[in-house]
Design a protein around this ligand. Structure first.
Ligand code: SAH
Length: 376
């Protein structure tokens, strides 16, 4: 069976052409799947019955299977989605008064081993498919009641207004599947999100940033975390491959074709490690030539980690130095941490295939869960 959620618009059009079907048929099916959240060909009332039967014989629309849903007191919601092989990934919805942000995962685990990230500690199993990546948005829209009701105009409200690829995994290490999913997010026949409202976050895969700029230039966040190569080598081992100079040059090239005129630098604040005044000043010097904003993320602890989060006063002072240096710097509010949905806390369920973590057991803490909801 071919899962039609694996295709972006061009892919679906090509596949339809091989069936002898016209591009507008592919467009209709794309709309049913993504705008209406339909997973049953029978519901596609404006598609010829014979074609529906033909599709049902060879294809399916298979979204990820939710195994647990949790809601935090602040309204943050987290879904654990089964992706087979005893693996599961997490998706988080963060409601705010003026927007709703969905944070999606791109890999089962992560191979980058950033020292402060719980996903990294879980090891790596595999890349998510396009269907599994876009399926997280598809699923969230269904759960949040945002899908358009067939035949009722535009239907429900668009609850997910922003998507960030900041869940489990390194998006640019799963380039092709991520780009296909991004194209669906931007496609008017699918999710129709603006390029400014879709953000890829990368630990700094410089060559892939160059490709993304050409092929799906969305907003870009880069996980910087250190002002020097010596420290960054330790916190983000990928830095040994693409050191700061190279990374910042790639950021500046990205801006030539980006929907926003700045790069967002994410900076996790680790007490006594990268949170001194001198670090903030070094960051100003480092990024002088690169239009940017800083998003400071006080470290979110997880079981087995030895880092600590700085005191509020230290965070404030760090921010102040950046702001005084004329750089916009915000402090990321922690959302949903009692359901382990905050940055760096997404662990999912990863059967590590690298075996590198055998010595370190990071037991997922028992958490309250609520029964699964039916699609609204
Ligand atoms: N691999 C991509 C996508 C992950 S995004 C990247 O590195 O950008 C998740 C963000 O949360 C990254 O900026 C990551 O560095 C940050 N993060 C990871 N662990 C964290 C923790 N324990 N506390 C706070 N932020 C963390």
């Amino acid at each position: 069976m071919i899962n039609l959620l694996d295709f972006d618009a061009d892919g679906l059009t090509d596949w339809f052409a091989r069936l002898g079907e016209k591009p507008f048929r592919a467009r209709q099916v794309l709309r049913w799947m993504h705008r209406c959240g339909v997973d049953n060909f029978g519901q596609m009332t404006d598609v010829a019955k014979s074609l529906r039967a033909q599709l049902a014989a060879v294809a399916e629309i298979r979204g990820p299977v939710p195994v647990r849903a949790s809601t935090a007191a602040d309204g943050t919601r987290k879904w654990l989605l089964d992706v087979g092989g005893n693996n599961a990934v997490e998706t988080v919805f963060i409601p705010e008064p003026n927007r709703g942000t969905l944070c999606i995962s791109t890999q089962v685990g992560c191979a980058l081993e950033c020292s402060f990230c719980s996903t990294g500690k879980q090891g790596f199993n595999r890349n998510l498919t396009t269907a599994e990546i876009i399926g997280q948005l598809w699923h969230a829209n269904r759960m949040l009641g945002a899908v358009k009701q067939p035949g009722v105009g535009d239907g429900g409200e668009r609850v997910v207004s922003n998507v960030v690829l900041m869940g489990m995994g390194e998006p640019l290490a799963n380039y092709d599947n991520v780009v296909a999913a991004l194209k669906l997010m931007l496609d008017d026949n699918a999710y129709g999100l603006s390029r400014r409202r879709v953000t890829v976050s990368t630990a700094g895969m410089a060559p892939a940033m160059d490709r993304l700029r050409q092929e799906a230039p969305v907003a870009l966040a880069v996980s910087l975390h250190a002002p020097t190569d010596a420290l960054r080598d330790e916190l983000v081992p990928l830095n040994r491959k693409y050191p700061l100079r190279e990374l910042l040059a790639a950021c500046r090239r990205y801006l030539e074709n980006a929907p926003r005129d700045f790069i967002t630098f994410e900076y996790v604040l680790l007490a006594g490690v990268n949170d001194r005044d001198a670090d903030a000043r070094a960051l100003l010097a480092l990024t002088r030539e690169t239009p940017c904003k800083f998003n400071l993320i006080p470290f979110n602890p997880f079981p087995g980690s030895s880092y600590r989060s700085p005191a509020a006063e230290r965070v404030r002072r760090f921010q102040e130095i950046l702001v005084q240096g004329d750089v916009v710097a915000t402090v990321r509010k922690t959302r949903g941490d009692e359901i382990d949905a905050a940055c760096g806390q997404l662990a999912g369920r990863v059967r590590d295939r690298t075996k590198r973590r055998q010595a370190v057991v990071v037991a997922p803490p028992a958490r309250r869960s609520i029964p699964l909801e039916a699609p609204a």
